[in-house]
Every structure is written in structure tokens, then in C-alpha cells.
Design a protein around this ligand. Structure first.
Ligand SMILES: *Cc1c(COP(=O)(O)O)cnc(C)c1O
Length: 370
């Protein structure tokens, strides 16, 4: 789609590269970058292109359709779905050589059938629920895996789990989860089941839980430069990759007593210079930032006034000198000495930076810098 309005999400691929190098200081294990949800809103096709140049061979997505989109562009990469795939799509998995996570016997059966029909070997990873309570084999994991190991046409390349509290200052529960995982793996080894790759680490575990690194790590958010934990920043200087910018579309001064926006939730207490921005909640600007959220303009902070609309947002620029139509406003990212991070926005919206990043909608064009 052509972009006729001055709004863009800038994606700094140089920062992405540097973040990968920083991640490598934490571990020697293989890195499988998580590029689900269009690489947390950054654009998976471009993100994968850059990470491949850095030597990454394996990528994780959440759903089959995300994997297929990447497969079209990159026939040779290893792709894994870390989420559910319905058994009826087993043939697609086998044909496109996409590694599914398997957490039900029926899925393994369907995958085996498809592999046999297509005369191929299907690679899979077994998901264990050690305490996340989401998906994965639980109590009968050992028996289930022994059964799956008997199915023809399958190669159990990996076994993995996901930690519920790796971002917490208290890692007791995470250690318990890893213990369940280790015990199961030891039993499988004793039974002669050889699974070459174990994995458990998301971003926070990569930073603060080296015991979880095993053969492979699955970082997401730190690749995109945001700290995965509240209690602890990122020492190694990770850089946010995405920024969100817009240019002022209209400027006016309103008199005392005049209001701004739907519902008249802002009324000027004195003459107020109001700038309008051509983006709104349909672009991923959270409506809860209405009357209080901040943006950067000319190295200063300006406050959002009135309710954020679907496509437009108003800010108070009374205290900023020399503002003109066309001036650039930063909604996420840095402007000289000032920065507004996705984490800061998340904090004011009562959510996490992840949701802010994936929330930047498709309507906002991604512009890549190198
Ligand atoms: C999303 C996800 C990750 C990545 O998590 P981050 O906290 O972004 O590093 C890793 N593993 C699984 C199973 C996931 O669903």
C-alpha cells in the first residue's frame, strides 16, 4: 500500500544486529530468534533477512501461517512453530519441512501418517508443560513420548518447556520447572530415547537463568531491544529497534473554555496551542493514553489532550517554541536527549512492552534503516 500520510514505524536493523551480538555474550547455545506476530510488529521478513546474514539458521513463529509466509521467502531456513497446529495440516508441515511442537498423541499420529504417505521424515519437538499450564504433555509425558518414539516417519529432534516466571526476581518456581524437565529428560535417556535438542529459555531466562540455556535459546523481546524484566534493566546496552513517528497535520490556538475531541474530555484552562497528528488507536496508539500520554517534539515532551480518535490525536504544544505543521513528533523512540520507550508506554497503559509493539497495526508502514 502506498503511504500518503506522514506516519511511520522506523525499524533500525543495525540495532537488531547489535542486539543479537549482545545476546551471544550471555550464551553459547544456538539462538532461535522468535519472530512470531510479524517479529513483534517489526516485520518478520526483514528481521529474518538480517538475522540470517548474522548466521542464524533457525527461527520460531507461533502459527503455521506465519511459518508459511517465511518459507515463501526463505526456502532453506529451519522453521519451527512454537504453538498449536491442527492435526489436519500435518501434510503441509511435512511438505514444507516446518517443525511443529507436539503436545498431543493425536498430533504425533497425524504427523507420522503424513510423513509415511509422503515418504519423508518429519522433524518435531515435544512440548512439556512443567508448570506454565498452557500446552504440553504433563503427567503422562514419559509414557506418551515412549509411544511417539515408536511411530514411523518421525524424528524427535527436540524437547522443550516454557517458564512461567523467568522474569521474576524470585526464580524458585522456574527452578522447579527445570527440575521437572531435567528429571523427565533423564528418564527418557535411561530408556534409550535420544533427543538432541533441549530448550527452555525465553529472553528473561537467557539473561538470568543460565541453567535453562541447554542446547538452544528462544529470545524474543530482547532482540527487539526491550528489557524483559521489570526489576532489572539490560546491562549490555540493548537498543530498542522500533520507533513510531508522525508529522503534525494541523495547528491552531484555542481559547480558554474551548474543548478538544470526542466527549469534550479536555477543556482549555487558558489559550492553548493544539497540534493534530494523523494517527490514532487504529494504528496501535492506545486509547488509554488519552489526556496524559506523552510524545516528543523538538526535544521536549508534549501531552496528549482529549480522547485519542481512531485516526487522529491531539497534543498540547503551548509550551514549545516555533512549532509548525509538518514538524516531526516521536511517539515511541528517541529524539535527541529524550526517549519514550515501549516499556514506559506499557507502564502507563497497565500492560507490557510486548503488547505495545505487536499492537502497532499493519496500517503503519515499516521503514527500514540499516
Ligand atoms: C513468545 C515465546 C518466546 C519468546 O519470549 P520473549 O519473552 O519475548 O523472549 C519463547 N518461547 C515461547 C514458547 C514463546 O511463546
Amino acid at each position: 500500500m502506498d503511504n500518503f500520510r506522514p506516519v511511520r514505524a522506523e525499524v533500525d536493523l543495525g540495532a537488531l544486529r547489535r542486539n543479537l551480538q549482545r545476546i551471544k555474550r550471555y550464551t553459547d547455545s544456538e539462538i532461535m530468534p522468535i519472530v512470531k506476530a510479524d517479529a513483534y510488529g517489526h516485520g518478520a521478513v526483514e528481521v529474518v533477512r538480517v538475522l540470517r546474514q548474522e548466521g542464524i539458521k533457525r527461527f520460531g513463529v507461533a502459527f503455521l501461517e506465519e511459518a508459511l509466509e517465511l518459507r515463501k521467502h526463505y526456502p532453506e531456513i529451519t522453521l519451527m512453530v512454537i504453538g498449536s497446529t491442527l492435526p489436519e495440516y500435518s501434510e503441509v508441515l511435512v511438505k514444507e519441512e516446518i517443525i511443529p511442537e507436539i503436545y498431543q498423541i493425536e498430533q504425533a499420529q497425524a504427523l507420522s501418517d503424513a510423513a509415511v504417505r509422503l515418504r519423508k521424515t518429519a522433524r518435531l519437538h515435544i512440548k512439556i508443560d512443567t508448570g506454565m499450564g498452557r500446552i504440553g504433555f504433563r503427567d503422562s509425558a514419559y509414557e506418551d513420548i515412549l509411544k511417539i518414539a515408536q511411530f514411523p516417519g518421525l524424528f524427535i529432534e527436540g524437547i522443550y518447556t516454557h517458564l512461567a516466571t523467568a522474569d521474576s526476581p524470585d526464580l524458585d518456581y522456574a527452578h522447579k520447572q527445570l527440575q521437572v524437565f531435567d528429571e523427565l529428560y533423564a528418564r527418557l535417556c535411561a530408556a534409550g530415547i535420544r533427543i538432541p535438542i533441549r530448550h527452555a529459555a525465553n529472553s528473561p531466562a537467557l539473561i538470568q537463568l543460565p541453567q535453562s540455556h541447554y542446547e538452544l535459546c528462544r529470545p524474543g523481546i530482547i532482540l527487539y531491544g526491550l528489557p524483559p524484566m521489570k526489576h532489572k534493566g539490560l546491562e549490555a546496552g540493548f537498543e530498542p529497534v522500533m520507533s513510531l513517528k508522525a508529522r503534525i497535520s494541523h495547528l491552531k490556538t484555542i481559547d480558554k473554555g474551548h474543548s478538544v475531541g470526542y466527549g469534550r474530555t479536555f477543556t482549555a484552562a487558558c489559550p492553548t496551542q493544539v497540534a493534530t497528528l494523523p494517527l490514532g488507536y487504529a494504528d496501535g496508539l492506545r486509547r488509554s493514553l488519552s489526556n496524559g500520554g506523552e510524545v516528543l517534539l523538538k526535544n521536549k515532551r508534549a501531552v496528549i489532550i482529549g480522547k485519542i480518535c481512531m485516526d487522529q490525536t491531539m497534543i498540547d504544544v503551548t509550551d514549545i517554541e516555533g512549532v509548525q505543521v509538518g514538524d516531526e513528533v516521536t511517539l515511541i523512540g528517541g529524539d535527541r536527549e529524550n526517549t519514550i520507550t515501549a516499556s514506559e508506554i506499557a507502564e502507563s497503559c497497565g500492560t507490557i512492552s510486548y503488547e505495545i509493539l505487536c499492537g502497532i497495526s499493519k496500517r503503519v508502514p515499516r521503514v527500514y534503516t540499516y
